[in-house]
Each structure stands twice: as C-alpha cells, then as structure tokens.
Write a protein that binds this ligand. Structure first.
Ligand code: COA
Ligand code: MG
Length: 287
C-alpha cells in the first residue's frame, strides 16, 4: 500500500486510555468523542483488581459500543509474558471489539503467542494493536509490525524506563526509537499512534508533541485524559488552510503536468511530485 492510500484504514487520530475497572470513567469516555478507546487491563489496573477487571472490560465494551457505535473500542490485555495474559484473552475480550491492544510486544514470536491465544478464544480475526515500548521491541519492530498487527503505539515512558534513560521535555532521548517505530510501521502497513503525555494539564506541550509526531509520520496519538482528545484531533486533522493550499498546489501541479512540465514555481516554492503526493495525503486525511 502506498502511504497515500493508508488514509483508507479506519482513522485513529486519538486513542483514549480508560482503566477497565473504572466504569465511572468508561461512562464519561464518549463525552470527548475519541476515534478509539482502549479499556486497560494492564498498567491502569492494580494487581489486586486484575482478574475482576476482565468482566468489567467485557461489560464496559458492551456499554460503549451500544452507546456510541462510531467509537472503536479495544481492550488492552497484560503482556504475553505475564501471568494474566491468557486469562485476559480468554475472559476479557467481548464480541464487539475493534481490536486487542497488546503491550510490550518484542518479537514475531510474541505475536504468534497472541494469535494462538485469540484463536483458542474464538477470536481468530481480531485485529492487533501492538505496543512497542521496550529496547527489544524497538530493535525488532520491523520483524513484527505487519499483518496481523494493524496498529501500533510507541510507548515512550516504558521505553525510557527499560533503557535506563531520563525522560525529558525535549523528546531527544526518544527521537531515534520513535522514528524507528514509525519507519517499521510504514514498511509493514501498520497505523502508528504516538506516545502519551503524562502532564495532562499542559495543552501546549501536547500540541507540540503531536505536531512533532505528525511530522515524523505518526497518524494519531495516545490520550490519557479526555482533554487531550480534541488536541489530537486538531493536530491530526489538516487545517482549512492546509486543505486550501493543497488544493491550489494540486491544481497548479496538474496544469503544469498537462503542459508537460514536472517542476513549477508555486507561491514562491518549488513544487514537484513529492509535494503533490503530500498534498494528496492532506486531502485524504481531511475527508
Ligand atoms: N476517561 C474518561 N474520563 C476521564 C478520564 C479518562 N481516561 N480521565 C479523567 N476523566 C474525567 C474525570 O473523571 C473528570 O470527570 P468529571 O468532570 O465528571 O469530574 C474529568 O474527566 C476531568 O478529569 P480531571 O479532574 O482533570 O482529572 P482526574 O484527576 O480525575 O484524573 C488521571 C487524572 C490521570 C488520574 C485520569 O485522567 C486517568 O486515570 N487517566 C487514565 C490513565 C491510564 O489509563 N493510564 C494507563 C494507560 S497509559
Ligand atoms: Mg506502560
């Protein structure tokens, strides 16, 4: 698939985390109209509540889907190496999910474990969203970011913790991994979703982070708080100005092509095929 065609994949500009055992928060999730929600059984749920949260996840998914069918609902299970993984897949995944989120995926073998567990649970075709958030996962992302993995997220917090680095506002410590994950996702036709921002009161930092992600090739961003959803949509939906410029650019480019010219001066800048291709992607993303 060409990058331009990937807008056809169901969009996930925002992916809101909601702890599965917090039915009070689940009920509030539709307020912010996220493209997708994941009901978390992993980091968002304490060990003592892990097992009872499975039934909560099934019930929460049912309620959310009935209430707002347009929102894609996923459940995040605990990682394949944990004592909860098998039970989460067997008991935590209801029938109406858009997909299952698997954190800390590190290899193609991990994905095979997920596929086998889904098959055993009668969910053979449930799409997978893989969390890439460890040194091993980032180093091997190319090996497993491909079908049946449909989406991925880059998990900056866990990645930096695993590496033993320091998380900073500059994002420099994650630039290499964040770039490597989005590159692997492009090669495997996987929809890439960017890191969380824990500081949920800093809207400007969220916007900056999201713009950086979009420039790198990410197509959406994790949200840990409902206020972040509108910010993700703002950044990952082309603005009216961008759409106008893309239309003008394409019109000029097409006129030039009809005259047999590949390169033109457009509003003071050189335009050739890659700029036209990006303009088409802007129009696709705006639809
Ligand atoms: N989903 C739905 N609603 C949420 C929400 C979420 N993830 N996070 C907060 N809300 C609600 C709050 O309940 C509150 O509702 P109210 O106006 O009816 O009182 C409103 O949004 C504003 O929340 P606020 O008071 O600003 O934040 P908080 O202190 O209640 O919660 C967190 C802050 C970080 C604890 C909370 O956002 C949270 O638990 N997020 C999910 C974290 C998570 O899942 N982490 C693991 C995966 S990365
Ligand atoms: Mg985590």
């Amino acid at each position: 698939m060409r990058a331009d065609d990937r807008a056809a994949v169901a969009r996930m500009r925002s992916l809101l985390a909601v702890p599965a055992n917090r039915l009070d928060l689940v009920a509030k999730a539709p307020r912010s109209s996220p493209d997708a929600v994941f009901l978390d059984l992993e980091d968002g749920v304490p060990p003592a509540a892990k097992e009872s949260a499975r039934a909560d996840a099934v019930e929460a998914a049912r309620l959310l889907t009935a209430d707002r069918p347009a929102i894609q609902v996923l459940v995040r299970v605990n990682g394949v190496g944990t004592p909860w993984f098998a039970g989460d897949v067997a008991e935590g995944l209801g029938p109406d999910l858009a997909g299952v989120v698997v954190p800390k995926v590190e290899s193609a073998a991990d994905v095979e474990v997920v596929v086998a567990a889904l098959g055993a649970a009668g969910l053979a075709n449930l799409p997978i969203l893989a969390g890439v958030e460890s040194a091993a996962g980032v180093a091997r992302a190319e090996e497993f970011l491909r079908a049946p993995v449909r989406w991925c997220y880059f998990g900056a917090e866990d990645f930096v913790a695993d590496l033993g680095g320091v998380r900073t506002e500059s994002n420099l410590e994650v630039l290499y991994a964040r770039s490597r994950v989005v590159l692997a996702a492009r090669l495997g036709d996987v929809h890439p979703v960017d890191q969380i921002l824990a500081d949920f009161r800093d809207d400007d930092r969220y916007r900056r982070d999201a713009r950086e992600a979009r420039a790198l090739g990410y197509r959406g961003k994790l949200c840990i708080h409902p206020a972040q959803v509108a910010l993700a949509h703002e950044v990952f939906t082309p603005s009216a100005d961008e759409v106008d410029r893309a239309r003008r650019l394409l019109a000029a480019h097409e006129e030039a092509s009809a005259r047999g010219e590949a390169v033109i001066a457009f509003e003071g800048e050189m335009v050739d095929e890659p700029m036209a291709r990006r303009a088409r992607a802007v129009l696709d993303a705006a639809d």
